[in-house]
Design a protein around this ligand. Structure first.
Ligand code: FMN
Length: 407
C-alpha cells in the first residue's frame, strides 16, 4: 500500500501523558497528531499536571484534558468508559517507569491506568526516563511482560538526558512516534495469506550436560522480521534457538536447541510455507560426541573433535520449488564475495550480507552493518541498518518476489 494511504485522518487517539520531564514534548506531539487529521483527547496523570498545565492540552485539543477519576463530568459520563469507547488507539507518551510498572501489574488507580485497562484497542507506550531507570531489570521485565501481552513499545533513544548525563532513555523522536502510530492504525496486510517460516537465534551444540558451542545471537533479527510480517497479515511460524526474548505475539513458536533439532522443525513446516527467511545463526560445528555426564577437570588438555552440523539452508535450497528463500551471511571478511557464493550454493532469492566484525553491529546489537543482495544484481557496499528497518526492507522485497509478475 503506498504511504499516502496511511493516514491519521479521523483516527481517534487517546494521548496519555505521565510525569516525565519529557511531558512538554507531548504538547508538540498532540499538535502533530492533530495536524495529521487525528481527533485527540488527552488524559494526564497527576504527576504530569505538575510538569505541564492541563490547560495547555485542553486549549490545543479543544477538549478538556482530564486527570481525575472522580471529577464531575457535566454529561454524567463515566470518563474512563467514554474514553475507552472513543479510543481507536491509546498512546502513552511519555510513559514513566512508574506507569509502565503499574500497567504491567494490572494496577488501575488513576484515570490513565484505568483507561488503559478498559480499552480494547492497541496501546502504544513511548517510555522516557533516566538511563539508570531504563536499565533497571524490573523496568525491563515489566516491558517484556507488556510486549507479551501485545502492548507496543517505542524504544527510547540514546542521547543527552534531562539530568545532564548521556545514555538511553530519551523519548523517541516525535517523528518516530508519529510513524509508529500511523503504522499501527493502518495495518498494511500486504502479506495476508502468505505462510512465512522464520528461523531465529543461535543453536547450542552440547559437549556435555553443561557446556556447549554457540554464538552471541539473541534472535532479535528473526523476531523483528516475524513481528513485521505479522503486522502485514502473514501467517508466521518461528523456529528459534535459545533466547531470552519473548516470542513475537501471534506467531506459531517452536523452540529448539541444536542445529539438528532446528533442521527437523524447519523441514516439518517447510512444505506448508510459501517462503522461508533464515535469520538463525546456526552453529556450523558440533562435538563428535556428547558426553552424558559433566566432564571433570583433570588439569590436562582435552581435545574435542568437531563435526559439521547439517546445513539447513542448503537442504532447503535443494527442495526449494516455487518458494522464496531468504538467507543471511554473517562474515568477518570478504563479505560480498562470500555472500554471493552462499546465495548461489544455497539457491537463495535474497541474501543479507552481514559484516559481524564491524564493532557495535551484528549479534546482540540493534543494528547490522549489512548489504541486501537480490539475485542477479550487483551488491551495494554494506552500511548500518537498524534491524527493524532491515526487516521492513526484506519484507518489501519478499512482497515483490511473491508477485508472480515480478520484474
Ligand atoms: C522534574 C521531574 C522529572 C521526572 N522525569 C521522569 C522521567 O523522565 N521518567 C520517569 O520515569 N520518571 C520521572 N520522574 C519521576 C516521576 O514523576 C514519578 O515516578 C511519578 O510517580 C510518576 O507518576 P506517573 O507515572 O503517575 O506520572 C520525574 C520527576 C520529576 C519531579
Amino acid at each position: 500500500m503506498p504511504t499516502e494511504e496511511r493516514t491519521l485522518k479521523d483516527k481517534r487517539i487517546v494521548l496519555g501523558v505521565s510525569g516525565s520531564i519529557a511531558a512538554y514534548k507531548a504538547v508538540e506531539l498532540l499538535r502533530l497528531l492533530q495536524k495529521g487529521g487525528a481527533k485527540v483527547r488527552v488524559v494526564m496523570t497527576k504527576s504530569a499536571t505538575r510538569l505541564v498545565s492541563p490547560l495547555t492540552f485542553s486549549t490545543l485539543s479543544r477538549y478538556p484534558a482530564v486527570y481525575s477519576m472522580f471529577s464531575h463530568s457535566p454529561k454524567f459520563e463515566i470518563e474512563h468508559i467514554s474514553l475507552s469507547d472513543f479510543a481507536e488507539l491509546v498512546l502513552v507518551a511519555p510513559a514513566t517507569a512508574n506507569i509502565i510498572g503499574k500497567i504491567a501489574s494490572g494496577i488501575a488507580d488513576d484515570l490513565l491506568t484505568t483507561t488503559v485497562m478498559s480499552v480494547n484497542c492497541p496501546v502504544v507506550l513511548a517510555p522516557a526516563m533516566h538511563s539508570q531507570m531504563w536499565e533497571n531489570p524490573i523496568v525491563q521485565q515489566n516491558l517484556s511482560k507488556l510486549r507479551e501481552h501485545g502492548f507496543h513499545i517505542i524504544e527510547p533513544e540514546e542521547g543527552e538526558l534531562a539530568s545532564g548525563g548521556v545514555g538511553k532513555g530519551r523519548l523517541a523522536s516525535l517523528e518516530k512516534i508519529l510513524d509508529y502510530v500511523t503504522e499501527v492504525l493502518n495495518p498494511l496486510l500486504s502479506l495476508r495469506g502468505v505462510k512465512l517460516l522464520v528461523t531465529a537465534g543461535p543453536t547450542r551444540e552440547y559437549i556435555d550436560p553443561v557446556r556447549f558451542i554457540s554464538n552471541p545471537s539473541t534472535g532479535l533479527m528473526g523476531f523483528t522480521i516475524a513481528e513485521e510480517a505479522l503486522k502485514r497479515g502473514a501467517d508466521v511460524t518461528v523456529v528459534s534457538g535459545p533466547t531470552h526474548l519473548a516470542p513475537p505475539k501471534g506467531c506459531k513458536f517452536i523452540k529448539v536447541s541444536s542445529a539438528e533439532e532446528m533442521l527437523s522443525a524447519v523441514l516439518e513446516h517447510f512444505e506448508d510455507a510459501d517462503c522461508v527467511i533464515a535469520a538463525a545463526a546456526v552453529s556450523d560445528f558440533k562435538p563428535e560426541v556428547r558426553v552424558g555426564e559433566k566432564i571433570k577437570k583433570t588439569g590436562k588438555e582435552l581435545a574435542i573433535r568437531l563435526l559439521p552440523t547439517p546445513d539447513i539452508l542448503e537442504e532447503l535450497g535443494k527442495r526449494k520449488g516455487g518458494k522464496v528463500l531468504v538467507g543471511f551471511a554473517a562474515e568477518t571478511e570478504n563479505l560480498l564475495e562470500n555472500a554471493l557464493k552462499k546465495m548461489e550454493k544455497k539457491n537463495l532469492d535474497l541474501i543479507i550480507a552481514n559484516l559481524i566484525s564491524q564493532e557495535g553491529y551484528g549479534f546482540g546489537s540493534e543494528e547490522l552493518f549489512a548489504s541486501m543482495i537480490r539475485r542477479g544484481e550487483s551488491p551495494l557496499p554494506p552500511k548500518p541498518f537498524p534491524k527493524r528497518e532491515l526487516a521492513k526492507l526484506i519484507l518489501a522485497e519478499l512482497e515483490r518476489l511473491l508477485k508472480k509478475d515480478n520484474p
